[in-house]
Design a protein. Structure first.
Length: 198
């Protein structure tokens, strides 16, 4: 029997790009804990070999562009400050630099062929989720002022489920359940939202 020349290529890992910005002129966020807890959960998950986590902190606009170009991720998770009109990154001095939701949506649109999900873990990010969701299939945004602890619990629940082989929509539900497990009286109007592009 002739030896087969077929070589099975290892399945390419899904890349999760975690981006964090905490300008010195704004309140301190526990982004380090959120990143650590996401990484820990993924390491313990049954499908850990299917994911690669890349993180970039002290994020400036040029860093955002470069990180997206260099990694071409399937999932982007942004941790930082936001308002209805956009997100805050950092400038070269570490102070707040504003990125409008229109600019953010246009940037992500350039990666829509591979980028499957964007998680905007920032206050008032629901408006950005609407804009980004016009080109990206799944976008998660926080409504109102989201406290660090709730954002971290959501992230842990979301990535635990993703690492367990669940869909993004299911993982979103696990994230919400994690928030309610922490605080059964958590207000519905502050719950994260999921935008799904048809």
């Amino acid at each position: 029997m002739a030896e087969s020349n077929i070589h099975h290529q290892p399945k390419e890992k899904r890349k999760i790009l975690i981006l964090a910005a905490n300008p010195s002129t704004m309140p301190w966020l526990r982004f380090d804990q959120e990143i650590r807890d996401i990484e820990e959960g993924m390491k313990l998950s049954k499908n850990r070999g299917q994911f690669e986590i890349i993180s970039s902190t002290a994020l400036r606009l040029r860093d955002l562009r470069r990180a997206l170009l260099d990694t071409e991720p399937e999932i982007v998770h942004f941790i930082g400050h936001g308002e209805e009109e956009g997100l805050f990154l950092e400038d070269n001095r570490g102070v707040a630099a504003f990125l409008s939701r229109e600019a953010l949506a246009e940037l992500f649109k350039l990666f829509a062929n591979k980028l499957e999900c964007v998680v905007l873990s920032a206050c008032h990010a629901a408006m950005q989720a609407d804009a980004v969701g016009e080109s990206i299939r799944y976008v998660i945004g926080m409504r109102g002022k989201m406290k660090d602890k709730a954002a971290i619990e959501f992230a842990v629940g979301f990535y635990d489920a993703l690492g367990g082989g669940r869909s993004i929509a299911d993982a979103f539900s696990f994230g919400k359940i994690a928030i309610l497990s922490m605080d059964p009286n958590f207000p519905e109007e502050l719950m994260p939202i999921l935008k799904i592009k048809n």
